[in-house]
Design a protein around this ligand. Structure first.
Ligand SMILES: Nc1nc2c(ncn2[C@@H]2O[C@H](COP(=O)(O)OP(=O)(O)OP(=O)(O)O)[C@@H](O)[C@H]2O)c(=O)[nH]1
Length: 710
């Protein structure tokens, strides 16, 4: 471990960037190259390389084996006197919360697109996330050395499928095996990457055969900027491509930061072509921390929205955005939104109200670290030995601010697990506890009746990875149950209730009457409203105020377990309009029970519906498998949403219920001699088909009956 004290970095020469993409697009490979060219590592190791070293960023053993990045690692490097923090974000859809967390703290991103496949399902997801957090991006079209690569097809798919105003700032020189370099359209110069690892950039004139194309592409670039920039419009209308470099760069920078434009770079990380100009692009076009607006909520002032300022003199505000268990204790990644931090300082955790002393600060370089004594506004670093959960805010003791909370998606799938041997129970619980603190989408619940542990997450692979880590890191063997889909229940129309709960024979009596209705929530907004809300619309004192809280509580209790499937109820309002009490026999207990019965009764009348998670599935197969693939997905209740054919490949998108996707990997492999690939991401919850409803209800009844028998 190296130890080097750093002085505070100037936020004006700082960039906080992430690299996001569809699985296998080459993020790890690209990051590895970036670390190499910036001098952070001396050698290049391939992701699935035969040298057994593995790329630097994939620090977990499991990651190396699988060759996929499942945990984001933060690192930093220096490029042309700039200090660049990079978060390598995982690409697989099952790990989106890691991507979201990374995007939350970044000021800009590289959106990586595979040069042969263009926009893929996960590209859509990360793009949506970038839009949600207003992250400006530059695009890198990678793998241009691959068979079938076509940067112009990719740019069209970026424009059409992501709806981005994107244009190339480069033109490739050669393609596939013949990829030689790129033309820089801003400077109108050809760039070649010579030497064993492409370290040596040689600038030449544009090759004769590309001159016309470069002129055309430069005009396209000007056209994309002209709509938003009158100065560029002049050049464009005059078809004047000899625009001064600084004028063009200034426009690209401004429009990129405003998210009105995305400059597109291209090359091949693997073949060491085009990475250094991309780094220049990060510095030239992505924002400094000082150019990004961030807000916090002032808890002392009733959560008033306040703007944080990248200013070292202001009180410290930092967000813990990622936790990792390391051999030295819990490692917490922090992004500073305001102020600076010195080792030894004491901070407040706004969520827990606990004071914490910062005794060790480090900068991470994958799984290695460097000790630092202080860090300043805008920077990203890590602290040791601080007890907190991800998403919590730390403040200087003079203020009490909270950064906005992060969007955490609902888990869509569950598994029951238990340790094979009872003496492993303690380790088993310890591991579960740790995984939960690291990952808010990994949810652990105990079924009180069966004493089973149920883990829920974002998909099969997500849960599988945790089971695997349990074995490898804690040596706990598991008994794993069948995966189940997380259904939800809702209603389709309004239904009234008028329910009297009365028990007045012997002992203390019970009397409570509730009148009102339940109704589905308004779903006209962009995102589904899954909350359940209690509304008190009573007038007068037919139900005294003291009973209202127990009615509200009982309603929320009911929504935790829907009557048909035992899964939660979503998107329902319970509106109380009137009621009745008895001078002696009414009580909170009686009103609680009346509410439960009224809800159950009204629910049956309100057109109950069971919802299931539906996935956006993308399958890529050799063209000749087209027919069988369509058939497979239709049998799995899929609805085809898009198909395309490209250089011998057939690409199909379909919405398919998650419950129908179990075992698909094996079926696809069988039908395509192992040549087919698929990926899926959660899209929405939709009503279960009419033929399947009975099965889902039956399965729930059977489960309950089995439990009763036990
Ligand atoms: N031909 C070619 N292959 C590449 C290129 N970049 C990466 N690859 C290969 O593509 C595969 C995936 O690369 P990774 O760098 O692991 O991709 P990733 O996006 O980090 O993958 P995940 O973390 O699993 O999403 C590896 O076999 C790489 O060697 C490239 O420019 N050209």
């Amino acid at each position: 471990m190296q130890s080097r004290a750093f002085s505070i970095a100037d936020p004006n020469i700082m960039r906080n960037i992430g690299i996001s993409a569809h699985i296998d697009s080459g993020k790890t490979t690209l990051t590895e190259r970036i670390l190499y060219y910036t001098g952070r590592i001396d050698e290049i190791h391939e992701v699935k390389g035969s040298d057994n070293v593995g790329a630097k960023m994939d620090s977990m053993e499991l990651e190396r084996e699988k060759g996929i990045t499942i945990k984001s690692a933060a690192t930093y490097c220096e490029w042309k006197d700039h200090h660049v923090n990079i978060i390598d974000t995982p690409g697989h859809v099952d790990f989106t919360v890691e991507v979201e967390r990374a995007l939350r703290v970044l000021d800009g991103a590289i959106l990586l697109v595979c040069g042969a496949s263009g926009v893929q399902p996960q590209t859509l997801t990360v793009d949506k996330q970038m839009k949600r957090y207003s992250v400006p991006r530059v695009i890198f079209i990678n793998k241009l050395d691959r068979m079938g690569a076509d940067p112009w097809f990719c740019i069209t798919s970026v424009k059409e499928r992501l709806g981005l105003n994107a244009a190339a700032v480069q033109v490739n020189i050669g393609i596939e095996n013949g990829l030689q370099g790129v033309v820089d359209l801003v400077k109108m110069k050809a760039l070649y990457f010579e030497g064993e690892n492409g370290d040596n950039i040689v600038e030449k004139e544009i090759p004769e055969d590309l001159v016309e194309m470069c002129k055309e592409k430069k005009l396209e670039l000007l056209a994309s900027l002209a709509d938003h920039d009158p100065e560029i419009e002049e050049y464009y209308l005059n078809e004047d491509i000899n625009i001064p470099i600084d004028v063009l760069k200034k426009s690209i920078r401004q429009l990129t930061i405003e998210q009105k434009f995305c400059p597109v770079y291209m090359g091949s990380a693997y073949k060491n072509k085009g990475v250094q100009p991309l780094l220049d692009g990060v510095i030239d076009y992505l924002p400094r921390p000082t150019e990004v607006k961030n807000y916090a909520f002032d808890i002392a002032k009733n959560n008033e929205k306040v703007m944080t300022e990248i200013d070292n003199k202001k009180p410290f505000v930092g967000l813990a955005f990622k936790l990792e268990e390391s051999q030295f204790g819990q490692l917490t990644y922090v992004r500073i939104y305001q102020g600076k931090l010195k080792k030894g300082a004491t901070l407040n955790n706004t969520a827990t109200k606990k004071k914490v002393k910062i005794s060790r600060m480090v900068r991470m370089h994958s799984n290695e670290m460097e000790d630092i004594n202080e860090a300043g506004a805008g920077d990203i670093f890590a602290i040791f030995g601080v007890d907190c959960a991800s998403g919590e805010t730390f403040c200087d003791q003079t203020i009490n601010w909270s950064m906005q909370s992060m969007h955490v998606p609902e888990p869509v799938m569950s598994l029951t697990i238990k340790p094979k041997k009872t003496d492993q129970l303690e380790l088993f619980l310890k591991a579960l506890n740790r995984f939960q603190r690291e990952d808010p989408t990994f949810v652990v619940k105990q079924n009180m009746e069966s004493e089973e542990i149920i883990i829920s997450g974002m998909g099969e692979l997500h849960l599988f990875i945790y089971c695997e880590r349990m074995k490898r890191e804690y040596d706990v063997d598991l008994i794993i149950g069948n995966p189940t889909v997380n259904y939800r229940e809702t209603i389709t129309h309004k239904a009234t209730f008028n329910f009297l709960h009365k028990k007045q024979s012997g002992g203390a009596g019970q009397y409570a009457k509730v009148i009102g209705y339940i109704e589905p929530k308004d779903q006209s907004g962009e995102e589904a409203d899954l909350s359940c809300q209690f509304m008190d619309k009573t007038e007068g004192q037919n139900i005294p105020n003291e009973y209202i809280p127990s009615i509200e509580k009982a309603f929320h209790e009911c929504t935790k377990k829907g009557p048909q499937t035992g899964y939660p109820v979503v998107g329902v309002n319970y509106v109380l309009t009137d009621g009745q009490t008895h001078p002696v026999d009414s009580s909170s207990l009686a009103f609680g029970l009346a509410t439960k019965y009224s809800f159950r009764e009204a629910f049956q009348k309100a057109g109950p519906q069971i919802l299931e998670p539906v996935m956006n599935v993308e399958v890529t197969v050799p063209s000749e498998c087209q027919g069988s693939i369509m058939g497979q997905l239709v049998r799995r209740r899929g609805t085809v949403t898009n198909t395309q054919t490209k250089t011998g490949l057939f690409i199909l998108n379909a919405d398919v219920p998650l419950a129908a996707m179990f075992g698909y990997a094996t079926e696809l492999r069988g039908a395509t001699q192992g040549l087919g690939e698929f990926s899926m991401e959660y899209k929405m919850h939709s009503p279960v088909g009419e033929f399947e409803v009975a099965d889902v209800i039956e399965a729930y009844k059977k489960k309950r009956a089995d439990k009763d028998e036990e």
